[in-house]
Design a protein around this ligand. Structure first.
Ligand SMILES: C[S@@+](CC[C@H](N)C(=O)[O-])C[C@H]1O[C@@H](n2cnc3c(N)ncnc32)[C@H](O)[C@@H]1O
Length: 211
């Protein structure tokens, strides 16, 4: 698959390296699970922000696939506007893939945020924020679970161990099977809070995935 380049370079020091490390963590996790991308992946990135991770999600979850639908959702208009500027469809004559990349300003706690009737092979949430607003994130996770194909994967990462464990416990208490919980050995420490680091842990859930 062609690497999808953003039209605007990453604007903060360290982000490109974080994204590269996330790609390796994700690829490693999926290989542990013996996961293979479906023929036409449908990917949902919830609370995508500026969607820094869009390129590596496409490279990891839709590599060598002729077609893919990728949808990013976030509450914040400036972030979605920047995501749209960055992640334009590649030059169609050069593109080997039919990539439908779409970003929407939407509240993922509301069912109306999600496209009518579409279910996804992977729902990704980078740096979920469960402990900040558990009631809101219970709704977001509910919609994520409901929008997943039976064999589909819900994948999330977290900044903090405790936040990660709370989000995992919330899924398990609703009967959603945890398939993998992996610490990120190369996670970059952040100085604004103790115990905080980039993509510190990654968890994968599925209703019915079997390798
Ligand atoms: C910690 S940032 C993560 C952004 C991006 N995934 C990343 O890791 O760089 C959390 C994002 O969640 C978004 N968010 C929070 N509540 C949301 C909601 N109810 N619906 C959609 N997005 C939400 C915020 O706007 C913010 O962009």
């Amino acid at each position: 698959m062609a690497v999808i380049h953003s039209s605007i370079p990453f604007s903060f020091p360290g982000i490109a390296e974080d994204i590269d490390r996330l790609k390796r963590l994700l690829a490693h996790s999926l290989s542990l699970m013996k996961w293979a991308a479906p023929v036409e992946p449908q990917l949902l990135n919830i609370a995508c922000g500026r969607a820094d991770e869009t390129g590596i999600l496409l490279e990891t979850l839709a590599a060598h696939r002729p077609r893919c639908h990728y949808l990013g959702l976030d509450l914040r208009q400036p972030e979605i506007q920047e995501a749209r500027r960055r992640w334009t469809r590649p030059n169609s004559s050069a593109a080997k893939q039919d990539l439908q990349i779409e970003f929407r300003i939407a509240d993922a706690a509301s069912a109306s945020a999600f496209p009518e009737g579409e279910v996804f092979d992977c729902v990704f949430i980078r740096h979920q924020n469960y402990w900040d607003a558990p009631a809101v994130w219970d709704l977001i996770f509910h919609h994520a679970r409901m929008r997943l194909k039976p064999q589909g994967l819900m994948i999330f990462t977290s900044y903090f161990d405790r936040e990660h464990e709370l989000a995992i416990a919330a899924q398990r208490s609703r009967g959603f099977p945890l398939l993998l919980d992996i610490p990120h050995a190369q996670s970059r420490a952040l100085t604004d809070a103790p115990g905080k680091s980039v993509d510190r842990r990654l968890a994968i859930f599925s209703h019915e995935f079997r390798s």
